[in-house]
Ligand binder design. Structure first.
Ligand code: FNR
Length: 375
């Protein structure tokens, strides 16, 4: 079986049973549909980006600017295997679900539905520190590959506790997000005065932590430990001491920082500008990717996110040196529109479109891609 067989399955359901997909297979078009079902607050939190939105637009423009050059008559395998090993985890395709907080604002099942969908498809679910369900609740709900994304709190005891709990609950790789030591300037939320954390939504990991028990005012307690702009390269050895799996730095946008990550013994980087939600005016993530891949691709696992919407986008990011991509908002759009089934739909369509685009471009697997696959 190839992931692209999902396409035939859809056609057969249509022609033999008269059944059409509940959600559109046009993954780039999902946002429009999701806008119709999200509450105004959730829409404002999920869809727009920081500042004027210029970086978010550039993320997309960078994909649109690059073009695949399909090659012909290359004897592509009839059955294609896109599986790969990333950070010690076997993936069915080079795709993982990006860490995203407060998923209950998109759908009441939130992270539980997303994790179940990821497990059903076999791709890693990455648990955000800012999740609306705890490490343990997610682990209980879904038995798939799972990684943990850390927002490093200034309280080192809480930090250690998060690492211990993640490990105990079966999260195998750690992603440290570097681009959000403070929240970016987000006009859509500011204009509504909307920040879900201030009513406790998105604080499940914190509020269930032993270090929060008996605290009189847990939300102000969280609010004073979240901002951490003082974080520096010197802090990384602490993570090594308290986490024995792979460690990946998320939010790397320059070759110089990527080299520092390698010098500091990290296992990987995620080239990402947080989907344009943090530094408005930052360069497109895809434009940052080639230099990072060139600098550390032979030493570190280079992952990518920010702007991936279609299978063709995945091909482009892989051609420019990413080993795998994380997919962000489209997963939340699927979640908002159809809960667990909606997320499964998004992942299966993305893997199907990736497989078909690869095959039609002349490749039997992503391992054959290089920058020369693009014009
Ligand atoms: C995010 N992202 C994010 N990243 C992270 O490391 N921890 C988090 O808690 C969150 N939370 C979050 C919430 C929402 C609503 C969004 C849309 C994004 C960023 C995410 O991991 C990823 O970097 C981007 O979403 C990738 O860009 P696209 O795919 O959304 O364009």
């Amino acid at each position: 079986m190839s992931h692209g067989d999902h396409q035939l399955g859809i056609y057969l359901s249509g022609m033999l049973e008269g059944k059409t997909p509940e959600l559109t297979t046009d993954l780039a078009g999902l946002e429009e549909r999701a806008r119709e079902v999200l509450s105004p607050e959730a829409l404002g939190y999920i869809v727009p980006s920081a500042g004027s939105g210029s970086t978010a637009r550039d993320n997309r423009a960078a994909f649109d600017r690059r073009k695949i050059v399909p090659r012909m008559l290359r004897g592509v395998d009839r059955e294609r295997d896109l599986s790969c090993e990333i950070l010690g985890t076997r993936l069915p395709a080079p795709i993982a679900v990006a860490p995203m907080g407060v998923q209950t604002i998109a759908h009441p099942d939130g992270e539980l539905a997303t994790a179940r969908a990821a497990a059903a498809v076999g791709v890693p679910y990455i648990h955000s520190t800012a999740a609306a369900h705890s490490f343990e609740q997610v682990a209980e709900a879904a038995d798939g590959p799972r990684w943990y994304q850390l927002y490093w709190p200034t309280d080192q005891d809480v930090c250690r506790s998060f690492l211990d709990r993640a490990k105990a609950a079966g999260y195998t790789a750690l992603l440290l997000t570097l681009d959000t030591t403070l929240l970016g300037w987000r006009p859509a939320d500011l204009d509504r005065g909307y920040l879900p954390f201030l009513t406790g939504t998105g604080l499940a990991n914190y509020l269930t932590d032993p270090h929060f028990q008996g605290v009189d005012n847990p939300i102000p307690h969280w609010a004073q430990m979240f901002p951490n702009p003082g974080l520096s390269w010197d802090d990384l050895p602490f993570l090594r001491r308290h986490w024995d799996g792979p460690i990946v730095l998320k939010g790397i946008m320059s070759a110089d920082d990527a080299k520092l990550a390698a010098e500091h013994g990290m296992d990987g980087v995620v080239v990402s500008n947080h989907g344009g939600r943090q530094v408005d005016g930052a360069l497109a993530a895809l434009d940052a990717l080639p230099a990072v891949a060139e600098a550390v691709g032979d030493r570190l696992t280079v992952l990518f996110d920010s702007g991936v919407r279609t299978g063709a986008d995945v091909v482009k990011a892989l051609a420019l040196g990413a080993r795998a991509v994380l997919v962000g908002r489209p997963v939340l759009y699927g979640l908002a529109l159809g809960g667990q089934a909606g997320v499964e739909h998004v992942l299966r369509c993305l893997m199907g479109e990736l497989d078909i685009t690869l095959a039609l471009s002349g490749y039997s697997s992503q391992h054959e891609l290089s920058p020369s696959a693009l014009a």
